[in-house]
Design a protein. Sequence first.
Length: 529
Amino acid sequence: MAERIHIFDTTLRDGAQTRGVDFSVDDKRAIARALDEIKIDYIEGGWPGANPVDDAFFQASPGLSYARFTAFGMTRRPDHSAANDPGINALISTAADSICMVGKTWDFHVDVAFGIPREDNLAMIVESVAYAGSKKDEVLFDAEHFFDGYKANPDYALSCLKAAHEAGARWVVLCDTNGGALPHEVTRIVSEVLEHIPGDHVGIHTHDDTGNAVANTLAAVEAGVRHVQGTLNGLGERCGNANLVTVLPNLMLKYDGAYETGLGPDELRQLTHVSRLLDELLNRAPDRTAPYVGEAAFTHKGGLHVSAVQKDPVTYEHVDPDSVGNARHIVVSDQAGRSNILSRLADANIDVDSKDKRLSRLVEDVKSREFEGYTYDGAEASFELLACRALGEVPSFYKVESFRSEVERRFNARGEVTTISQAVVKMAIDGEPTIQVAEGNGPVNALDEAMRKSLLPKYPELETMRLVDFKVRILTPQQATAAVTRVMIESTDETGHRWGTVGISPNIIDAAYEALGDAIVYKLLRARA
């Protein structure tokens, strides 16, 4: 029978320690709901009393249907009883189902940070866990700095675990708080701990300071722990926590059914969505190379790989991308062959005979353009347009006769420095000339606005199109300010569909215009598909 592994997500607490991450109450609710939908066992919402956001979040239950809503805090202070400790009272007054308490297990910390006798720390653990357990259904004990503490003084570190377990803690969690442990150390220490406390009461919490958080977590599971803590996308202070988005499919797909979690196949297929939802809420780009859920995780570029994958995906894929809600991508590049091009055309629903002579010209065109600096790995819309133009299937929606974009930096009437960007675009639509002027937040935005002024009366579908990402890369830095520039634009519309386009030029505005033009034409083509 498969061993049940209980999953504890601490994205909303430990993950919130990530530099640059600030969750709102609404963000926390959205993430908690998403985690609950995929049947995560515990959702740690934060530390009541630590900040106004956590206080507001814990005023009411987020309405979870599966997960246990968990509040985090610490054992009582040395000069308070458990019943009179403000921190513990803040925990038990929340709507949380479970309480996770952190306590010292490294004698060095007890001696230096607390400055109290080690026996007093044991009493703090026992009294805090017992009191919280009398008020809430379940108490977990996070053994802070456990691995460092065990290596320094195994007897004392174990005595802290035993104290929490005997006081009623459902789980005692071994925390690699400094993130310095290695897999072989985790295996040895966990095995020794399980000689004293059953594995179905022991958990693991790792940090990634050696790049081993996921490996350490799996090592602990293999050694016998049955509770795993981590965060979505590996969020966490310093180098982050164990990434549950990687841990979960590893446990469920790579151990031949030895382990099971609360997630079933349907929930696992939502993993990519949940990972990207977090990135959207944080307003940051997803990690393209993330295992399992990254855009590149099942992307094939070399012609030899593509040919083999088309015959049998197992040749170059360790799991089915659909099992985690991801998808296979065949990209085109200077390494592309006919297999890449045909597969990519099929993805774009472009039907072409494999013997079509124009196909060979398209392959060579792609290679030539990438040699110049173009890239279609991430600019799929520009590739589709290139292919459609090679096949003669792109109508002439408009023709830009000329454009001018300028930036003026000056003092306004109040004597403040201000920057104004303006663009003038002269184009023909259905043979009718038009000229428009627009201002914008920068020259590219001004150019976009001027083009839309001309195009919207004829093509109202462009109203919902918007730019969501803009990247610039210098291709020839040795030429300094005269360098060739590559601009990549990502756009979206009311459907949520995203598409990437690319342009290159020694002039950054000209490169942006090319990418922007492809984005507009792609939107118009899709609207007529």
